[in-house]
Design a protein around this ligand. Structure first.
Ligand SMILES: Cc1cc2nc3c(=O)[nH]c(=O)nc-3n(C[C@H](O)[C@H](O)[C@H](O)COP(=O)(O)O)c2cc1C
Length: 213
């Protein structure tokens, strides 16, 4: 049984939690702790469960504060031996976004995103030797954090792949003047959603194995 302790403020927050993305987590100091905790847990799980790829945008700008949150979320990701072998290119220039869209139709950059973020691996910061490829896991974790943070802020985003397609990665590397040791993993257009794709239920019990195969 869930233990719910209500106060006026918390009751409002809990109602808000039932609407994806609308929980502010702000049922702050004058609230009972248990309620605030439940509200925040619920908001975090709801955010994960309701994230979808958004590929159509309105063309509206987003603020530097929003961009800052996306980048902070990215760099909050885990990384092997905490190497943080990443770099993020934020493309705000409309002409460059257009260029990306023309060169990479799958990147959805022609669909009026406000910005495009290109999460990259920085090989000069990666683990040395045969474990170097862990950078891909690390930058993938950072990318997922960007998607989740965007969704939490009511923005839309989609992960569009570059690496390991060497042609696509080389194209972006050249277009954005990336040094050789900076490998672009993907392009993430971000903006105000112009579509509301349905959430896909991907849960499959048969994918789960307890203790052994
Ligand atoms: C590695 C990777 C590459 C992807 N590449 C593209 C892409 O090039 N273009 C695109 O529109 N979506 C791309 N996607 C998004 C997937 O199509 C999407 O995540 C998937 O269909 C599940 O839908 P959802 O994100 O709405 O849950 C990619 C996702 C991942 C993880």
């Amino acid at each position: 049984m869930k233990k719910i302790i209500l106060c006026t403020l918390c009751a409002m927050a809990l109602v808000a939690c039932n609407k994806p993305n609308q929980c502010t987590g702000n049922c702050a100091d004058n609230c009972k702790k248990e309620c605030k905790k439940e509200c925040m847990e619920k908001a975090a799980i709801t955010n994960i469960m309701t994230r979808v790829s958004v590929r159509e945008f309105t063309g509206e700008k987003i603020t530097d504060e929003q961009i800052d949150i996306l980048l902070r979320a990215a760099m909050a990701a885990p990384s092997a031996i905490n190497k943080q072998p990443w770099a993020f290119i934020v493309v705000k220039d409309e002409a460059v976004i257009k260029q990306l869209g023309e060169a990479l139709p799958y990147s959805r950059c022609s669909n009026k995103p406000a910005i495009a973020i290109i999460p990259c691996g920085d090989l000069s910061k990666a683990i040395e030797g045969e474990m170097a490829a862990f950078w891909i896991n690390d930058v993938s974790a950072a990318t997922e954090n960007i998607l989740l943070a965007a969704h939490a802020m009511g923005l839309g985003a989609v992960w569009t792949g570059l690496h390991p397609d060497m042609n696509r990665a080389a194209m972006v590397q050249q277009m954005l003047g990336l040094p050789e040791h900076i490998i672009p993993l993907c392009v993430v257009p971000v903006g105000v959603p112009a579509e509301q794709p349905e959430v896909k239920d991907k849960y499959k019990a048969e994918n789960i194995h307890y203790d052994r195969w």
